[in-house]
Structures are given as C-alpha cells and as structure tokens.
Design a protein around this ligand. Structure first.
Ligand code: VGL
Ligand code: ZN
Length: 202
C-alpha cells in the first residue's frame, strides 16, 4: 500500500477510446487489467471521464467543411477537431466494462462546456478554468500523483504537465497508457512531460 499522500489518477478509460470506439486508441483496452491491479495500492483514487454534450465545439461535425483530426482556431488557441466521442450518457462515454470503478473515490467529468475542450484533469484548454481536482487533492493531503490511462499524448499529457506545474510530484506509468500519436504528438508529449519534471515509469 502506498502512503496516504499518494493518489492514482485514472484518465478517460472509456469505451470510445478503446478498440471499436469512436476515437479508438490502439490497445486502449489492454491497460485495463494493469490499472485494476494498481487500484488497491492507493488510498486516494480518482477517475476522469471525458463528458461532452452533443454538438460539442471539439467535434469536427460541429464545423462545416472540417474533417476529424484537422485543426481549427478557438478563442483559447489551436484545437484538434475530433470525431464525435464521449457524448454524455452514451455507451461510448461509459467506462470500459472490465475497469473496476467501485474503488473510485471521485469521478471528475470534463469537457462538458459546449464552447471549450478540456484535455487536462485540472484545467480546461484555456489553461485557466479549473475543474476543481486540485482542491480535492490538496484538501485530502495529496502531494504525489501516479497517472495512467488514455491517451498518453493528450489527456494524460495535459494532466501530468498541469499537475507538475501546480507543484505535485508526478509519475506516468507508460505501460498503463496508450497514445493516439497524431503528427508526432507522442514524442512531443514525452518531451513536454520530461521538461516539467514528470517521471515516466515503465
Ligand atoms: C482525449 C481527445 C479528445 C483524451 C479526449 O482522453 O486523450 N483526446 N478528447
Ligand atoms: Zn474529448
């Protein structure tokens, strides 16, 4: 068992990010047994859930003439446009059925504002609007985070970098993550995480 100041953060292990899902990440389902095995080692366990309203502004289908994986410019900066995914209440938004969700202390939903995407578990993509997770962790006395889940180069990366910048000690367990890897995004994510002191553990 890890000390009580350590939390496991399980990012977006949802059907739409697993094979057969709307934004499938190769091997996304393979990490589930590893995560189930890690859960019992931590007192503090937080799951995140990508949770978009239908017609969300991060969906290519909401922008005429745009296709999934193209870029657009949002008021808060450049944004990848995605296939419709993780629509609130859909099967795609549900956690993978083999993921043990009963041990979760808290489930934090993100990406629910129509006009802004939220990769990070801590801040939306404007890097300003908080999700509330920082307060939850600090009030529970957590200083050290282990992160796992999907996708390494988007939601795990943004969450890990924000957490490190907030002063948490952060490790990402790479065998319990899988990447989308769009135009070199995985290499960039690894460089970016290392640059802020995130430890990559295999
Ligand atoms: C994610 C793209 C869009 C993720 C979420 O969980 O990494 N990626 N929404
Ligand atoms: Zn999303």
């Amino acid at each position: 068992m890890r000390p009580a100041n350590e939390a496991l953060i399980v990012i977006d292990v949802q059907n739409d990010f697993c094979p057969g899902g709307a934004l499938a990440v190769a091997g996304g389902d393979e990490i589930v047994p590893l995560i189930n095995g890690m859960l019992r080692d931590f007192h503090v366990r937080v799951f995140t859930q990508d949770w978009h309203p239908a017609g969300h502004s991060s969906f290519a289908s909401s922008h005429t003439g745009k296709s999934p994986f193209e870029m657009t410019e949002m008021p808060y900066g450049p944004q990848v446009l995605w296939p419709d995914h993780c629509v609130q209440g859909s099967t795609g938004a549900a956690f993978h059925s083999a993921l043990e969700t009963d041990p979760a202390n808290m489930i934090i939903r993100k990406g629910f504002r129509p006009e802004i995407d939220s990769y990070s578990a801590f801040f939306e993509n404007d890097h300003k609007t908080p999700t509330g997770l920082e307060g939850y962790l600090r009030t529970r006395g957590v200083t050290t985070l282990t992160m796992v889940g999907l996708a390494t180069d988007f939601c795990v990366n943004f969450s890990a970098v924000d957490a490190a910048n907030l002063g948490f000690d952060v490790s990402v367990v790479t065998p319990a993550c899988r990447a989308i890897d769009l135009d070199g995004s995985l290499d960039a994510a690894i460089k970016g995480m290392k640059a802020v002191g995130v430890e990559l553990v295999d």
